[in-house]
Design a protein around this ligand. Sequence first.
Ligand SMILES: [Zn+2]
Length: 236
Amino acid sequence: MIHRAFEAGVTEIYLPNVDSETISPLHALVDAFPQNCFPMMGLHPCSVKQESMENELVLVKHWLDTRDYVAVGEIGLDLFWDKSTLDIQIEALKRQCGWAIEKDLPVVLHCRESTAESIEVIRPFAERGLKGVFHCFSGTLEEAKMAIEMDFFLGIGGVLTFKKSGLADIVSQIPLEYVVLETDAPYLAPVPFRGKRNESAYIRNILEALSAIRRIGKNELAEITTTNARRLFKRL
Ligand SMILES: [Zn+2]
């Protein structure tokens, strides 16, 4: 999969963490491709459970203090899978945003069916200088504008190629300086791979879709979105 990504011209892959179970495979992949794979550290909202949250967060903090990461992620709120944990999801998000500020790292936010709630939690941190990206952005145009006002990027992925998503309409109205492209592998593969396992090489299909929507050449667009990604992850 990594070599297919290289063949597609993808040379930098930013990898979110999920929870304690994904840390070893994440580090192993980064150690195998240290020039190309860049890790994040964080606890995903879908892995926030009452009984394990404290231990999981201790581990996240341990690793943030131990290794270099490009972001605190993936963190956020998920109201699609489990609304009952919203309170502790908010608590985990706030604590991790605090660490991001402390470490001067951006955050990669997961906000499934929770863009409004996430903006509310993030805003006071943004006022203290927190930066980041609303990954797999799925909010409204108003929410997109609020994110941009906080100087946050919008992560645009395979959903852009789904006809009924309405995302194309939103993306055509926001400045390209705030757009980063993403695959969200293994989920949300772009057309013509929709429903299959997503992978990094498919970023090309997302680039092509945005290029058609914004009527801008693929090379020029790739340069803009790559620069944005490097700006986001402080790799410029
Ligand atoms: Zn996510």
